[in-house]
Design a protein around this ligand. Structure first.
Ligand code: SF4
Length: 81
């Protein structure tokens, strides 16, 4: 049986605190994880060349967790340098 993503039981306050901590650390360490820094972003816009729904990672706020406490990172991210 295939396992789905691990569900977290975090409250809204815990998610907000984790995202605030993530924003501070991402800025401090220059973390690259968004679509604009990925080789798979189509040059004409914000769409992913691999076809992923990427509005959150391309246009959404800087955060590690979505409203349900799930990580928002993309496993196919490749740094475009
Ligand atoms: S592969 Fe992932 S990180 Fe890269 S553009 Fe597509 S959705 Fe964004």
């Amino acid at each position: 049986m295939k396992k789905g993503p691990t569900q977290r039981n975090l409250g809204a306050d815990e998610i907000a605190a984790a995202n605030e901590r993530f924003r501070e650390e991402a800025e401090r360490y220059g973390l690259a994880y968004r679509c604009q820094q990925c080789v798979h972003l189509r040059p004409e816009g914000v769409r992913c060349a691999l076809g992923y729904p990427n509005e959150m990672l391309a246009l959404g706020e800087v955060r590690a967790l979505d409203g349900k406490g799930m990580f928002v990172f993309c496993k196919d991210f490749e740094l475009d340098d």
